[in-house]
Design a protein around this ligand. Structure first.
Ligand SMILES: Nc1nc2c(ncn2[C@@H]2O[C@H](COP(=O)(O)OP(=O)(O)OP(=O)(O)O)[C@@H](O)[C@H]2O)c(=O)[nH]1
Ligand SMILES: [Mg+2]
Length: 464
């Protein structure tokens, strides 16, 4: 089970722990196991370094880290590396680390108590059993900040607002990051596998009989997610060095402002492949492409090169609006692109926006896939070697969460590491990207075969 702690919060904690090759595993939580001190000890004793996180009902997130194991000894345990921390204050990210100043009293281990930090006790999260009330936990937490931990002048009132009702409490073990058995087998990682993939993609064409020479694949997703970089990455795989045909970067607002239907060129540069990657302006919570505009994009009404204007909707009055699009103007597959470092904790508004767009895609009968980018930032193993991606527990957890958020099957959620700072291509990075491209083309085939079936049905019907 994944727990509530987000990837960026885990990263913050790892900077405090001064380690980065670590994984977090949820050992205990109120909602999963019940708010009971002996259950906490059953599940967390003798498990080595742990982090305890309190989520209070005002949106403040804080807790403590200890490198020493919990036990039921009734004793204080010495820990020079223990610390208390705050991650969020009243719903706003506000990280602080509070170092231990009396290491001899870093944690207190007693079966009648949940996690207790400091000799005051500086932070006593709960004792005995707390009864859940309407999804919250009115605990008997107590605080004496400053006893054994240096709180940098922050008072109990300031940090906790004197609130002891929690929405959740979690304890994670913090262990050396190890690779797990392969959880998705996508084939080999050798140079010949790359050549085979390139060959297959270069030779892909829409199924015979659908009457299309080429497919349009729409890239859609929040700004900065890596849509333009994905096109550049696919183009780079074939060019053998990295290219930046599509402008990309980071800014307050979307870098891409135009609708660009990019062709990808294979080894014969004059001969573009039989699909286009259609790059769009990034989605924003309150503006940008909405369901109606997406409908126009899918139906092929929007001309290549159209300049997106967030304050003016696309409509039949739009300059260049294609009033009678042909099947070759239409979109044949929608590919959502999300940033792996934030995909599991997209804002509620963004999730609603994406769900609305997905509903439109579904109504149009199109296949959809999700590309999860920046996985090099999700797992250090992958950063060092992209071929470890399907043995990374963090990437697996991420893919599972994205599949749940998007409500699509996991094999349509494709992790990618885009080229961004590299000058030369690398076989493993290219193989991962081209495997994703291959899945996108397979999803495009699915849609086109459905088209073929329904036109066959119509023809058979008219023959009757
Ligand atoms: N580390 C890393 N950085 C990436 C990856 N993909 C994209 N980036 C970086 O993320 C930033 C945004 O990438 P873009 O490709 O411009 O994102 P976009 O979705 O096209 O953004 P807009 O056009 O602004 O909507 C750039 O600085 C990229 O270099 C990746 O897989 N790993
Ligand atoms: Mg872009």
């Amino acid at each position: 089970m994944a727990g509530k702690l987000t990837l960026s919060q885990k990263k913050q904690l790892l900077t405090y722990i001064q380690e980065y090759k670590k994984d977090f595993r949820l050992l205990y939580s109120f909602s999963k196991d019940g708010a009971n001190s002996s259950t906490f000890h059953q599940l967390c004793n003798d498990r080595g370094p742990t982090v305890t996180i309190v989520y209070d009902v005002a949106g403040t997130i804080y807790g403590g880290y200890t490198e020493k194991s919990w036990s039921s000894s009734g004793q204080y345990v010495k820990d020079d590396r223990a610390f208390l921390f705050r991650l969020q204050q009243n719903g706003k990210t506000d990280p602080s680390k509070f170092a231990v100043k009396v290491p001899d009293r870093a944690i207190y281990c007693n079966v009648g108590y949940g996690p207790v930090f400091g000799g005051g006790y500086d932070l006593c999260t709960f004792s005995g059993t707390v009864t859940e009330t309407n999804g919250t936990y009115p605990t008997n937490a107590s605080y004496k900040f400053g006893y054994s931990y240096d709180m940098a002048g922050i008072s109990v009132e300031e940090l906790t607002n004197n609130i002891v009702t929690f929405s959740e409490l979690e304890v994670y073990s913090v262990t050396d990051s190890v690779l797990v058995p392969v959880w998705r087998d996508i084939g080999g990682w050798e140079h010949q596998d790359l050549d085979q993939l390139k060959h297959d993609i270069e030779n892909w064409s829409p199924p015979q009989g659908v009457g299309l020479k080429s497919a349009n694949i729409l890239l859609l997703g929040p700004f900065g997610a890596g849509k333009s970089s994905f096109f550049n990455t696919i183009a780079s795989c074939f060019r053998g060095h990295t290219t930046e045909q599509a402008m990309c970067g980071s800014a307050e607002l979307s870098i891409t402002t135009k609708y660009n239907m990019y062709r990808v060129r294979g080894s014969a540069i004059t001969q573009p492949m039989k699909f286009k990657l259609c790059d769009t302006r990034g989605l924003e919570e309150n503006q940008g492409i909405d369901a109606q505009e997406l409908g126009y994009l899918i139906d092929g009404n929007v001309p290549n090169g159209y300049e997106f204007n967030p304050s003016v909707q696309i409509s039949p009055e739009t300059h260049g609006f294609v009033t009678t699009p042909t099947p070759s103007n239409k979109v044949h597959c929608v590919c959502f692109v999300v940033d792996g470092t934030s995909a599991a904790d997209l804002s509620a508004k963004m999730v609603v926006k994406i769900k609305t767009l997905q509903a439109k895609v579904r109504r149009k009968g199109l296949s959809q896939v999700v590309i999860v980018t920046k996985i090099d930032k999700v797992c250090f193993h992958v950063k060092e070697d992209a071929s470890t991606v399907f043995r990374s527990a963090s990437v697996k957890e991420l893919i599972d969460s994205v599949a749940t958020i998007f409500g699509i099957s996991r094999n349509h959620v494709l992790p990618v590491k885009n080229y961004e700072k590299e000058i030369n291509t690398k076989d493993t990075i290219s193989i991962l990207a081209l495997r994703a491209m291959q899945q996108i083309l397979r999803a495009t085939d699915d849609y086109m075969l459905n088209l073929l079936d329904s036109s066959d049905d119509k023809n058979n019907h008219s023959d009757d």
